[in-house]
Structure formats: C-alpha cells, structure tokens
Design a protein around this ligand. Structure first.
Ligand SMILES: [Fe+2]
Length: 106
C-alpha cells in the first residue's frame, strides 16, 4: 500500500490575509509536500517498509544511516501532514514564524 498525501483541510487561499498567497501555498502543498510522499513511495517500494504505517517507518529508519533518505522523507511527510491538519490559527502562527525566518535568512 502506497503512502498518500493527506488532503489539505482548508482552502489554499486561507492564509492570504497573513501574507502567504494561494499560489505559494499550492506550490508548497502540491510540489514540496507531494515530493516527500513520492520520494517515500519510491524509496520503500518493494521493501518491508512499504506496508508499514508512516509512524512505523519513522521509528524503524530513525538513526539507521542506510535508511537516512527514508527517514528524512517519512519524517517530512509526517511533519507536513501534522502542520496541515492542525487548526488554522495554529497553522497560521506556525507559517508566520516560518515565513519570517525565511525573510531573515534570504
Ligand atoms: Fe515545507
């Protein structure tokens, strides 16, 4: 069974009043987040991890250097799914922090 990207629980334009355009959010969800899911499926295809839950894959691959790529992609899928499933106010706060940190870093 392949890992699937959780649906976005709100409209991509919901964060526009907080400085993130629907286009940017759609790119993050549709390209960035989706890439982690695709990579995880490619890395676990035909392995014993393919039928595990996402959380099991994270636990099994944690601190296993041979599975570092699997761990990174699985953890990022979980991270993005969790932040996407969080309540909108929490998501707004989280994204505002990320947005500001990126502004500082660039
Ligand atoms: Fe991201």
């Amino acid at each position: 069974m392949a890992f699937e990207q959780a649906p976005l629980p709100y409209d991509p334009g919901a964060l526009e009043p907080h400085g993130m355009s629907a286009k940017t959010f759609e790119y993050h969800y549709g390209k960035h987040h989706a890439a982690y899911v695709t990579n995880l499926n490619n890395l676990t295809k035909d392995t014993e991890l393919a039928d595990k839950s996402l959380e099991e894959v994270i636990q099994i691959s944690f601190k296993d250097s041979a599975k570092a790529g699997i761990f990174n992609n699985a953890a990022q899928v979980w991270n993005h799914t969790f932040s996407g499933a969080a309540s909108l106010p929490m998501e707004v706060g989280y994204l505002q922090v990320i947005w500001r940190l990126r502004s500082i870093a660039i």
